[in-house]
Ligand binder design. Structure first.
Ligand SMILES: CSC[C@H]1O[C@@H](n2cnc3c(O)ncnc32)[C@H](O)[C@@H]1O
Ligand SMILES: [Zn+2]
Length: 430
């Protein structure tokens, strides 16, 4: 692998010091970042010197909740609330899904994510070997889990648990370390307490984190209270889940004392602001979570409830919505929003030593934004422009582990034309 330096860029490091180098440089060799700072005077040690001419360079974005295979269902069922959407639309069609659907749906999602600057994503679904193979081949980075819905027979539950455990064991740290895994009960309303306890035990045995949908809708919380006498947070705490590292998706309907429980166990949150708005699930108490010191990251959820995987959308929404709702323009400033999409995303999936910021020794996962466009002028404040004015369509180049996967907006590692053909072929039968 070559020794590369990108020069004359605005380097937005997202490190603890929040360093930004205007007219800066970043170098990487053998997957890792070797230099971040002002443009060095001697460039002769580098095999490749690329002049980015003022473009912005920032860490690859981290999308902490989604279902990549579901991109085949983009626009298939809109404008419905969660339970009706799941029970009447998603679950019936998913029952007909094959490995081929998982494969091509995942490739479609990966193209979209890489092209819009997401280099790391979380995925919860089934047919996860197909998902993992697509991640491996595309050069993306992901934390993957086989989601388990506990309906049906005991035999079916146990076979899902075995499949999920094998997947978590076999794929962890594969693809040159770009794939890591988790164990994943789908939610407290689709898994019995006994099944959740079994999954938690397996996660402990495998030393695996846990990922779950939690407190997404008001009716889910009410159902939990009527079935088990507790709201979901207390219920999962009692089942021992939070003693294992846990990432919860949604976390919309929470009372203050529940935030204290999440903070106590350092439970990580994936905020899915657009999916929550579209399914009319509600608005998560993100400012209160941040006040309590909870790690809040951003997720798209799937293209079937979003309807795209451009994390710049979440970045923009999370910086805007709370200002309006609370009548307070100081809430979630642009810097905090960008942290949620980068370093806090990495922390939420326990990868902060590898990715999430541009620092020497970390993996070279970075994106270059084309700022030679009217809406990036004048150059007062790069982070403001990214959050309030930019979009994933501005992403020009993308590197993961030092390997270029997107060049001038084109995905180099996946045949986009073939993927588009295959997803349309598969979707004709819906
Ligand atoms: C087998 S795990 C994946 C499972 O989750 C469903 N799903 C997609 N989006 C959501 C959401 O926002 N809340 C709950 N469940 C969701 C998906 O359709 C799969 O069945
Ligand atoms: Zn989801």
């Amino acid at each position: 692998m070559s020794n590369t330096i990108l020069v004359n860029g605005t380097i937005i490091t997202m490190d603890a010091k929040q360093q930004v180098f205007k007219k800066g440089a970043i170098a990487f060799e053998n997957e890792k970042i070797t230099y971040v700072g002002e443009v060095p005077s001697d460039l002769s040690i580098y095999d490749e010197v690329v002049d980015v001419k003022g473009d912005y360079i920032l860490p690859g974005l981290v999308n902490t909740h989604g279902h990549a295979s579901m991109s085949l269902l983009r626009g298939y069922a809109d404008d419905l609330p969660l339970q009706q959407w799941l029970e009447e639309k998603m679950w019936p069609i998913e029952a007909t899904y094959t490995k081929d659907h998982a494969k091509w749906g995942t490739y479609l999602s990966i193209i979209e994510m890489l092209r819009t600057g997401t280099t790391t994503f979380v995925d919860m679904y089934d047919n996860m070997d197909e998902v993992a193979m697509a991640v491996d081949a595309s050069g993306a980075r992901a934390r993957l889990c086989r989601g388990m819905i506990g309906f049906g027979s005991e035999e079916l539950r146990q076979s899902k648990l075995e499949e999920a455990s094998n997947f978590a064991r076999n794929w962890n740290n594969q693809a040159n370390g770009r794939i890591t895994t988790m164990m994943s009960p789908h939610s407290p309303y689709t898994c019995t307490p006994q099944f959740i306890e079994q999954i938690v035990s397996k996660a402990v045995e495998l030393n695996s984190p846990i990922h779950i949908h939690m407190s997404e809708t008001r009716s889910e919380v009410e159902l939990n209270v009527s079935e088990y006498g507790e709201r979901p947070v207390k219920h999962l705490e009692k089942l021992g889940m939070f003693e294992q590292p846990t990432l919860v998706a949604h976390a919309v309907h929470l009372e203050e004392w529940e935030l204290d429980i999440l903070a106590k166990y350092d439970v990580k949150v994936s905020n899915n602001i657009i999916s929550n708005l579209k399914l009319a699930s509600g608005i998560a108490p993100v400012p209160a979570m941040l006040e309590k010191g909870i790690t809040v990251s951003l997720g798209t959820d799937s293209s079937a409830s979003n309807n795209n995987l451009d994390l710049f959308g979440e970045l923009n929404q999370v910086a805007l919505l709370y200002k309006g709702v609370h009548n307070d323009a100081t809430l979630i400033p642009a810097e905090k929003a960008l942290q949620m999409a980068t370093i806090h995303g990495a922390e939420a999936i326990w990868l902060e030593d590898q990715v999430g910021s541009l620092e020497v020794g970390k993996e070279a996962d970075l994106i270059v934004l084309n700022t030679k466009q009217a809406f990036y002028q004048p150059a007062h404040n790069p982070i403001s422009h990214i959050v309030y004015s930019g979009s994933g369509r501005d992403v020009k180049d993308v590197f993961v582990q030092g390997k270029q996967v997107v060049k001038n907006g084109e995905c180099l590692t996946v045949d986009e034309e073939k993927v588009i053909f295959e997803v349309n072929r598969l979707s004709e039968k819906f």
